[in-house]
Design a protein around this ligand. Structure first.
Ligand code: SF4
Length: 469
């Protein structure tokens, strides 16, 4: 079947041809194949963007290596918390050292952090050795920007405020042969008051279901058995399409793809997780028995200030509905501690939800002030020592709850997707159950990418050790 490329896709392949010429010239000069290295900070959306960037770098002639001492290094940045920014500035200094030794080296920065004007100003002023800066909205233009870098002596900066553009069919270099993330939409319209994402990832726009299905079919033909459907809030999928499609309808279509064994998705916002979605999950043979359902806080007062648009009672009712429909499901969550104005009573409300929801795991974060978000301007920023105290209290409750909720699967036989060799013991491999729990068991590397049956023997909190059957 011949694919009809959009004009923009066609144009970008022409720029890849042109960039290949520059890289070939560099190879002649160096007397070897030029190398590249892509560093990804942050979430799975960023990891997916990095696979696209690496796909283009390889297509134009670079060879990917593990070291940052490469001829082309790109940092795909995150800005969800301040420490992510600080890490990038720290690592840039090291790159400058490498560039002093290899003046032909190219350094590029992209991702969410680059959508902040103060960051661009700081890099222009203090990190002028950087060759290219672009954002989250024009990743598809990467080949065109690489050409500009080869043609110019000064720093190229190309940041877009927003876009409606979705460019398909560009090269992708997947990290895993057997599983892959699949963007189904970009951006977020929820504007939770602490979150910078809507300002750096723009307004929600969904990919055409036909393009998503075609991408997954190609992946399955290429050996993928599990996909992770990605969106800041997948529940909003399809709303901006000419012919709107709901997320549940998309899931039903993905389920039809032959050869695909497992479907995962994230993230589902509790405010609009529909009964239809619960029904589709319940009756599915392929949708994994794991749901990540960010709570953030259990206090109605804080949830209101966060602009989360659900209450403690509504969240608990939703969890109850999901567990009743799928008793074998694992529910995990995200919780922020230290949101402005948060009191001990608020934290106790959150702990109450943790206990009543019985989370199999929870990712707990300390609130990070993000310039430009409503919460950053709020009074009553909570003192660090209080935040630390509350954080420890919550963590203890999360671990106790998780411990009480795992271990009940011992001696059961479950299907595990083998993902990698075990880090501690080379005679073992590591994989994930449908509910996303890790399992380690004796096996050779040949099993990687395969679904195998394992008898779970012992639970060690967040993982099991088992034996193949
Ligand atoms: S749903 Fe809220 S927390 Fe999630 S990306 Fe959107 S604004 Fe941020």
């Amino acid at each position: 079947m011949t694919i009809e490329y959009s004009n923009e896709t066609q144009k970008q392949y022409e720029f890849m041809e042109k960039a290949s010429g520059y890289v070939a010239e560099l190879a002649k000069k160096l007397g070897r194949t030029p190398t590249c290295h892509v560093v990804t900070f942050g979430c799975q959306m960023n990891a997916k963007d990095s696979e696209k960037i690496l796909g283009i770098l390889k297509r134009i002639g670079y060879e990917a290596i593990e070291s940052e001492e490469a001829d082309f290094v790109l940092f795909n940045t995150c800005t969800v918390r301040d420490n992510a920014n600080q890490r990038v500035y720290g690592r840039l200094g090291v790159l400058n050292g490498f560039k002093r030794k290899n003046p032909h080296m190219k350094i590029a920065l992209c991702g969410c952090m680059m959508q902040e004007q103060e960051v661009i100003d700081k890099i222009r002023k203090s990190y002028s050795f950087v060759d290219l800066i672009f954002g989250t909205h024009n990743i598809f233009k990467f080949a065109e920007l690489v050409c500009a870098v080869f043609e110019s002596k000064s720093m190229i900066v190309d940041i877009w405020k927003d876009t409606n553009e979705i460019v398909e069919d560009l090269p992708v270099e997947r990290k895993y042969a057997f599983k892959s993330g699949v963007n189904i939409m970009f951006g977020c319209n929820n504007f939770c008051s602490y979150c910078i994402v809507p300002y750096v990832r723009g307004r929600e726009r969904s990919r055409n279901p036909k393009d998503i299905i075609r991408e997954i079919e190609n992946m399955v033909a290429d050996g993928v058995v599990e996909v992770m459907l990605l969106g800041q809030n997948v529940n909003s999928y399809g709303k901006n399409l000419e012919e709107p499609v709901t997320f549940s309808e998309l899931l039903k279509e993905v389920e039809q793809i032959e050869g695909l064994k497992r479907i995962r998705f994230m993230t589902s916002h509790p405010k609009d997780l529909s009964d239809e979605l619960i029904e589709v999950m319940k009756h599915s043979q392929k949708i994994c028995r794991h749901l990540h359902l960010p709570l953030q806080s259990g206090s109605d007062r804080i949830l209101k200030a966060m602009n989360r648009r659900y209450t403690k009672a509504q969240y608990l009712e939703l969890v109850d509905k999901i567990r009743t429909a799928m008793p074998d499901i694992a529910i995990t969550t995200d919780i922020i501690v230290g949101f402005p104005g948060e009191t001990k009573e608020d934290v106790l409300e959150t702990i109450d939800v943790v206990k009543k929801s019985g989370f199999e795991n929870a990712f707990t974060f300390i609130y990070s002030k993000r310039t430009g978000t409503p919460a950053a301007a709020m009074e009553d920023q909570v003192p660090e020592d209080i935040v630390k105290e509350n954080f420890d209290l919550l963590l203890k409750a999360v671990q106790e709850t998780a411990r009480n909720n795992t271990g009940h699967l011992e001696e059961q036989i479950v299907e595990v997707l083998v993902e990698e060799p075990n880090e501690q013991d080379t005679s073992m491999v590591t994989g994930r159950m449908s509910n996303n729990t890790l399992v380690h068991f004796k096996g050779s590397k040949d099993l990687i990418g395969q679904l195998v049956n394992v008898r779970l023997k012992t639970c060690y909190g967040f993982y099991y050790v088992g034996e193949p059957v």
